[in-house]
Design a protein around this ligand. Structure first.
Ligand code: GTP
Length: 596
């Protein structure tokens, strides 16, 4: 296909504003999927995605479209919708020349609308503003057209009005994509350069890599090279998706498609990397490549210790499909053998955990997530801490923690509540803008550690669910952070150590000590529960002693009954974990980590 006939675009939207529904309708209207074969949300292939209603992995589909007798090829690139996947979103956007900015006509602009719009503008994309769901009785297209036009600097009349559900307005939108979005340009005769914007593991085919060709062309059976690693592979298959894979004759300038080389691990085919010809390699890679960097760490432990080998196998399998997942074995006094895992963010953690439980039938417990800290000691040594138990004990000169830039959108009546929340979370207000009379955008920098703790839940509850949130990494800052240990009878219980701000150490200690007091059964001696920073105890609770003499109950009874009781008591003890001389049922640890 000549580049002049190609239009590469994506749809960007806040979650639930109808991106998948509109994409489905476009597939249908362009005839790529017929009515009978149309299954809801064609593009969301994974079960979890369908059930949770979110898109985790992007896809690209090629659609033919005729305008005024001219045939065009529209490549629709699906972008993931959640904050944790900002980098993947940015790569999908970089593969396009234009974006359909989709806004629910009953809801208006939300935080991810803005975050995605800013990313699209950074990539110099042509933006087509679209109001969706105009079939809804609650839709207010005029009101939100004003909002949208004000945001991107166009006239309210320039905003398209569609319904992905009924199909109204979708044909004119397809025409506008051809008319407004520029066709791709590139050097057809130069060495090939194609950007990887997605990479998916398939059990039967190995890794399927989605690329956008910028210069030159890629052909079947030739050798290609990955520019970040210099690794070379033979192209076993190359083609386009429409809507099923169509192996073809190769891809030229501006084209979007997939390739298969037989590699078995998405780490060998990384999002953002540049593919070139092995025989005639390009001198420079396309810009913007970044290694995925885990931001949030948590321990994952099997509830049943004998599942440990299964957990290891399951993680090895998931890794094939997830370049951002990292893990290493971890042993905990309280929880036994497990893995310390790194994730892009909280949603990524939840998705991995859910897949482990669902697809691999494992029951897991995860420890409180924490971020990565850079600690500098007085003697100049540097330590990177991904686990509170690694927090150094000596003289510390400085601790640095990651920050994020957050965008919060909410009705203006909640400004006070949001400010209070953000201040309590060590936030700094960067700015505030009214999108309309009653809706406001607030920008804060916050420590990532505070955001991963319970920020989102609190934001939702303080704004009755009306606020939306998006954030992106924003460097790091020095902070007054300490490690709080929880001790039972003087022994540290590793799973409960946490790195917190100095001002919050007491609150954390008191909360954990209180929780454990409730959950740990009384022993035959008094058990102190202490929270300590270094050697200094900052909070203390006591579990009072109990005379748990089961024999007393059958005073004077016959001897065989006594023996039975003793045996029963012994069996009960086996399941207990011992912290020093304190016996703790594993459920107590689990409850302390999960309950709130
Ligand atoms: P993610 O892909 O998860 O980010 O969500 P999405 O933006 O793709 O939203 P999706 O297409 O899943 O739609 C969200 C909800 O809105 C679903 O319940 C759809 O049925 C509904 N919906 C989507 N488009 C329309 C529309 O035009 N009209 C009406 N009435 N409902 C719609």
């Amino acid at each position: 296909t000549p580049p002049e006939a190609i239009r590469n675009f994506c749809i960007i939207a806040h979650i639930d504003h109808g991106k998948s529904t509109l994409a489905d309708r476009m597939l249908q209207i362009t005839g790529v999927v017929d009515e009978r074969a149309m299954r809801a949300q064609y593009l969301d292939r994974m079960d979890i995605e369908r059930e949770r209603g979110i898109t985790i992995k992007s896809q690209a589909v090629r659609m033919p479209w005729e305008v005024d007798g001219g045939s065009h090829v529209l490549n629709m690139i699906d972008t993931p919708g959640h904050v944790d996947f900002t980098y993947e979103v940015s790569r999908s956007l970089a593969a396009c020349e234009g974006a359909v900015l989709l806004v629910d006509a009953a809801q208006g602009i939300e935080a991810q609308t803005l975050a995605n719009l800013y990313l699209a503008m950074e990539n110099d994309l042509t933006i087509i503003p679209v109001l969706n769901k105009i079939d809804l009785p609650a839709a207010q297209p005029e009101k939100y057209a004003e909002e949208l036009a004000g945001l991107i600097g166009c006239e309210p009349e320039d905003c398209f009005q569609v319904s992905g559900k009924t199909g109204v307005g979708v044909e004119p939108l397809l025409d506008a994509i051809v008319a407004q979005i520029p066709s791709p340009t590139g050097n057809a005769d130069g060495p090939a350069r194609a950007m990887i914007f997605d990479s998916v593991y398939d059990t039967y085919r190995g890794v399927v890599t989605y690329v956008r060709v910028v210069d030159g062309n890629l052909n079947p059976r030739e050798r290609i090279a990955m520019m970040s690693t210099k690794a070379t592979h033979e192209l076993l298959e190359i083609g386009v998706i429409s809507p099923e894979p169509l192996p073809g004759r190769g891809l030229g300038v501006g084209e979007v498609g997939y390739l298969i080389t037989g590699v078995k691990d998405v780490r060998q085919s990384k999002v953002g990397d540049t593919v070139t010809n092995a025989a005639k390699p390009a001198a420079d890679a396309l810009g913007g490549y970044r290694d995925p960097k885990p931001m949030v760490f948590s321990g994952l432990f099997p509830l049943d210790g004998s599942d440990y080998p299964d957990l290891r196998d399951a993680l090895d399998k998931l890794k094939l499909n997830d370049a951002a997942l990292v893990y290493e074995p971890e042993t905990s006094v309280a929880l036994g053998f497990g893995f310390r895992c790194g994730f892009l963010g909280l949603l990524h953690l939840e998705i991995v955990r859910e897949r482990l439980e669902r697809e691999f039938d494992l029951e897991l417990i995860s420890t409180q997530p924490n971020v990565v800290y850079d600690v500098t000691m007085d003697d100049g040594t540097q330590v990177t801490v991904t686990n509170p138990s690694e927090f150094p004990g000596g003289k510390i000169a400085e601790v640095r923690e990651p920050k994020v830039r957050t965008t919060i959108l909410a009705p203006s009546e909640f400004i006070g509540a949001i400010m209070e929340l953000c201040q309590g979370k060590r936030g700094t207000l960067l700015g505030m803008d009214y999108l309309s009379e009653d809706r406001v955008e607030m920008r804060y920098t916050l420590p990532l550690a505070e955001v991963v703790f319970d920020f989102f839940d609190q934001l939702k509850s303080r704004t009755r669910g009306y606020a939306s949130l998006d954030y992106e990494p924003d460097g790091d800052q020095a902070a007054d952070l300490v490690k709080v240990d929880i001790l039972l009878q003087g022994e540290t219980v590793d799973a409960f150590s946490a790195i917190v701000h100095k001002d919050k150490a007491y609150g954390y200690g008191l909360m954990m000590a209180g929780k454990l007091k409730e959950l740990i059964p009384r022993q035959q001696f008094e058990v102190p529960i202490q929270a300590a920073v270094g050697a200094r105890v900052i909070a203390r609770e006591n579990i009072r002693a109990i005379r748990k003499d089961v024999l007393a109950k059958c005073y004077g009874g016959d001897i065989s009954r006594k023996r039975k009781l003793l045996e029963k008591q012994k069996a009960g003890k086996k399941r207990m974990k011992n912290i020093g001389s304190v016996e703790v049922p594993p459920e107590a640890f689990i409850a302390a980590l999960t309950s709130d």
